[in-house]
Design a binder for this molecule. Structure first.
Ligand code: ZN
Length: 389
């Protein structure tokens, strides 16, 4: 085996600072200094600062440039949101895992991505981030929050190092450091405590579930792989709980927390079917951000928040479905009824036509043995041809 100087790096620290003044040699070959040539090892960059400061700066730049690139691609907004979820986000998970990124930095990055996502989905800047990333909302979008992915990545790293099959790694005492108040190790142990607690509580029935309707694997009996998966989902659940707690505190945009309807989880397939404005309307109607009379008044654009038809308060619900005057005048059905009228006209015309010559449906021309039948081109038949009523 030969020592390859060019593949190694030398670090000289003088008075607490890395310096390139001293040159180190092995077998008459100079080992490059880390000051002049940073090195990448196992997916992680090492440079003269001996910290992650520059790497974090690069990460920020990567996010900002990625978002800009997606923004300039000229596709409709929903495709841009898809690109964020499936092209940009997976690339960020690895740097999140490796570098000591402060939580505040990730939160700042999430604010930037949320701003772009709002623009792409056609919702106003005031649209809550809970609406974008919530996983137990009445309406769930297939988007992931950067902060949640960051926390899960860190928890995964803690577990990988702690429960490694390699004894040396397990006992090396590697700490997963996260600067700031948030600690990944503490988070993981909290999640484990919560899971142990669930074991003690036992299986609880939700809603109208019968006793024993759900099979639950006990924490104490799960193997290593299951435990890892459960801790990660527990980390995600804690994030979701925090989001829900914030949603309950919100007035208009958190109104859905009191709705008694089934949850709706949108897939990308569902989103492709929407026209851009239709989707924007849909999102804004769920989070009460449409220019209803009450909202216009709240935003200081009009002084009057009463419905001009019936003198009641013009909330979103009132405008969309429960104005009594509009109901009695048939305004809600108007468009629907126009379509029905068109159909009725067409059917009536068909009905009045003469249908006498056409064979009734169900008629079978039998062929005697030995005879051949001339095949006729089938005439265009309508299901109305045979009818008289
Ligand atoms: Zn009204």
């Amino acid at each position: 085996m030969k020592f390859k100087a060019a593949k190694s790096r030398s670090v000289v620290i003088k008075k607490g600072q890395t310096t390139k003044r001293f040159k180190l040699y092995v077998q008459n070959e100079e080992i490059p200094s880390i000051v002049t040539s940073p090195i990448k090892c196992l997916g992680r960059w090492f440079d003269a600062s001996l910290q992650d400061r520059d790497n974090i700066k690069n990460l920020k730049q990567q996010v900002e440039e990625g978002l800009k690139k997606i923004d300039r691609c000229g596709l409709p907004g929903k495709f841009k949101a898809w690109l964020y979820q499936h092209a940009l986000l997976p690339r960020l998970i690895w740097p999140f895992t490796l570098y000591e990124v402060p939580r505040t930095t990730v939160e700042a990055l999430e604010r930037i991505t949320s701003r772009h996502l709002r623009k792409w989905l056609g919702v106003p800047p005031s649209f809550t981030s809970i609406g974008l990333y919530g996983k137990s909302n009445k309406l769930q979008l297939p988007l992931s929050s950067l902060v949640e992915e960051f926390k899960t990545a860190k928890a995964r790293l803690v577990l990988t190092l702690r429960d490694s099959p390699d004894e040396f790694i397990r006992e090396a005492g590697i700490q997963t450091r996260t600067s700031g108040k948030w600690s990944a190790t503490k988070y993981v142990s909290q999640a484990e405590n919560a899971l142990t607690h669930k074991d003690i509580v036992g299986v609880t029935a939700v809603g109208r579930e019968g006793i024993g309707a759900r099979k639950v694997v006990l924490w104490s009996r799960s193997d290593l792989k299951e435990r890892r998966a459960r801790i990660q989902s527990e980390v995600r659940r804690a994030e979701e709980n925090a989001r829900q707690a914030r949603a309950v505190e919100m007035g208009a945009q958190g109104a859905w927390t009191t709705w008694n309807t089934a949850d709706r989880r949108l897939t990308w397939g569902d989103i492709w079917k929407y026209e851009p404005f239709q989707f924007s309307f849909f999102l804004r109607s769920v989070y009460d951000l449409l220019p209803s009379l009450v909202n216009l008044c709240r935003w200081g654009l009009t002084a009057e928040q009463k419905c001009s038809l019936c003198d009641r308060v013009g909330t979103l619900e009132h405008v969309l479905s429960s104005c009594s005057t509009a109901l009695t005048q048939g305004r809600y059905r108007w468009r629907h009824d126009l379509v029905l009228r068109e159909l009725a006209d067409l059917l009536e015309k068909e009905r009045k036509k003469e249908h006498g010559n056409h064979p009734r449906h169900g008629h079978i021309a039998f062929v005697k043995s030995g005879e051949t039948v001339k095949t006729q081109k089938p005439t265009k038949a309508s299901i109305l041809d045979g009818s008289r009523d």
